[in-house]
Design a protein around this ligand. Sequence first.
Ligand SMILES: *Cc1c(COP(=O)(O)O)cnc(C)c1O
Length: 373
Amino acid sequence: MIHAGMEPDPSTGAIMTPIYQTSTYVQEAPGVHKGYEYARTQNPTRTVLQNALAAIEKGKFGLSFGSGLAATDAIMKLLNPGDEVLSTNDLYGGTYRIFTKVFERYGLKFHFTGMSDISQLEPLISSKTKMLWVETPTNPLLNIIDIEACAALAKKHQLILVVDNTFASPYLQNPLELGADIVMHSATKYLGGHSDVVHGAVIVNDEQLHEQLKFIQNACGAVPGPHDCWLVLRGIKTLHVRMQRHCENGEKIAHFLKAHPKVDKVYWTGFEEHPNHAVAKKQMRGFGGMISFTLKDDSLDAALKVLSGTKLFALAESLGGVESLIGHPASMTHGSIPREERIKNGLVDSLIRLSVGIEDAQDLMDDLNQAIG
Ligand SMILES: *Cc1c(COP(=O)(O)O)cnc(C)c1O
């Protein structure tokens, strides 16, 4: 995480990659240049970040975008009108929104389904299916999808397997090694890690896929600025130590909630009784800091009281930063998914989601305890 893909700046030896705040590069003669022509196409700060992203995801090529959704947008532009996508139903609300509200208008068709049981997927695949979209662990219910099994299915039917690896981060899971074709990240979350940047990433192994995506990155232009690239580079350098602490704190808080008399269900991938715990253990190196739970009093009021009652956990959208956040998926991150669709997938109105930060675990438990009352 500290060194992979990162080299001292070739022009000065600066150990930290400089922020190349420039829009263009001077050429010696027409077409004679140092590999940089125009900053939408290439920027040296972005180049270093893209190499670092490829290295930490154990891939060959990395591409940066202005946000996670800009990365998703570029990936969907690999498809043509009439193509169909099979997607997990328990996914980030903004991803659901761009699929249904934007790309359906351009003739793509999406099927949303639970993917915890892979055997249910094959009947949904037709000759028009071109892509399998997987988010694991899922958001906010922390279901686990077997990436290797998805890769086998994708290979058999010649589908592009995309894994949104935002929740796990490359420290806990490397989908390319498990057979995925494309990994995407909202680097806004764990990769950036400090709630100070919005950024997206795509990592692939296949050269042709890289060429296509690089073409889209430049042709459509959803590129990040160099300062944002620098912030993500800086975030990556501490990803491993932050993730270790997120995992430790997550484990403590999951067990604390489970033992709390007023708490009903706790969703955390590390519990032995989690329906896909064995798959989580196989494909992840730890269980992360994302936890969802419901109270025994399942009224919306009771949930809202906890949501506004914490002092350390900040009530906010997003996740993956050093500070702990508490959120209400039904009205916040997943408000763009219709209520019937949400309830059908198990996302009830009283569900509370935690992004456990790296503060002192006892302080966090004390805070939850006083808020739950
Ligand atoms: C936040 C998020 C996104 C979208 O990323 P942005 O950087 O907000 O555009 C996509 N997937 C998941 C799992 C996310 O949490």
